[in-house]
Design a protein around this ligand. Sequence first.
Ligand code: NDP
Length: 450
Amino acid sequence: MSEFDFDFDLFVVGAGSGGVRAARIAAAHGARVAVAEEHKVGGTCVIRGCVPKKLLVYGSHFAEDLDDAAMFGWDVPQKRFDWAVLRDNVLAEVERLEGLYGETLTNHKVTVFKERVILTGPNQLSLASGRSVTAGKILIAVGARAALPEIEGQEHVITSNEVFHLDQLPKRVVIAGGGYIANEFAGIFHQFGSHVTIVNRSDTILRGYDEQIVDRLVKISVAKGIDFRFNAGFAAIEKREDGSLLCRMKGTQDIEADQVLFAIGRLPNTEEMGLRELGVELTERGAIKIDADFRSSIPSIFAVGDVTDRIQLTPVAIREGQAFADTQFGGKPTHVDYGCVPSSCFSHPPIGLVGLTESQAKNKLGVVRTYTSDFRPMKNVLAGRNERSLYKLVVDDGSDEVVGIHMIGPDAPEILQGAAVAVKAKLKKADFDATIALHPTMAEELVLMR
Ligand code: NDP
């Protein structure tokens, strides 16, 4: 069968960050491309993840900003928050972005099928409407779904899918998990006035983050009034007549709540897609196994993004989609460099990090030096807010290379992106020292640590 006998050169399953980028770039390279999406164009990041979450983070920040305004001379007579206004504005913005993503595809002459699809052969797919299509290559970019607990009363919990659509702001929220989503939504709900309890199975949160930074977040969160229950789990969740929930706990006292949010990681969306039947090799967690060219065990089937369960971050999926399309359709073989991927947890205050933590660096490099700056941002001082930031540089003692930067404090993610370039470029501590500070900023601490 020649490539011209296929209906499409490329069929992308899933119109999220990775899928849209791959489809758009492959089409720009001249490929005949189709995309199938059963939900909304944009995927987790745009529809029910990064974007609406960040808008809620912005919205929630006003709670402290309005309090702090008084010391800056502003008289804010009455502070009142209306969840429905923010929720509807955020959802309207998501809808606008969904439209733009859809336009991007149609502008690139990508055929969009708004329906579910399953694979029926190495080059064949079946659409929910009954139509069968063929493609020279198939790219699976269907992302991941929130993991759910196997407990009695599981139907009473929500995940990050539902959290953006709540009718009302819960007075008491219990959040299961201690990762990105748990800490971000703990900050959001707390700022909106809900009482928040984080329950994690281990004795830490944000595993893999630098321990000093994690300690600082826990300390600040506790001071704000967020409760933590460590080494704890859920036995069952009961719904009471008044609609409230009773969490029957293991390892800690039972907790009453109005909403229980589960954020215990995300699992690849590979079920009921025909993948196993075709012999596509999956990992134990159900992720598609791929090589450096994103090729699965079936040569015509590829995968990018969260469905491969490697680094579950939007910019990584976008890079992968781009590299896949350039390699397969643009004559530009490209591999993704996964070193020094910066990331952030948009907690209150947020965390930004790139490179190795102190303990990772010690394990990998042996002798390392660390530099920390523990300071109270100028704005917090005048506002009377007793909240300290912590910046940390991890330096390879032998080469003087800065191998990790870890920051918690206002705007840490915004500051970190620029600093990540320095770590990626393998700049040395001496280069940081030689850079004149930009005063007065928080970021200047990065070049003032001695
Ligand atoms: P994370 O992987 O960040 O954290 C999962 C948390 O749940 C951990 O604290 C873990 O505990 C706990 N956990 C894992 N499995 C179980 C289980 N079976 N039962 C109970 N607890 C469990 O997951 P999230 O759901 O918060 O986020 C999913 C992914 O989405 C992240 O990995 C991230 O890649 C992405 N994301 C990124 C964001 C960003 O970049 N700002 C924002 C939101 C999501 P422990 O580690 O203690 O064992």
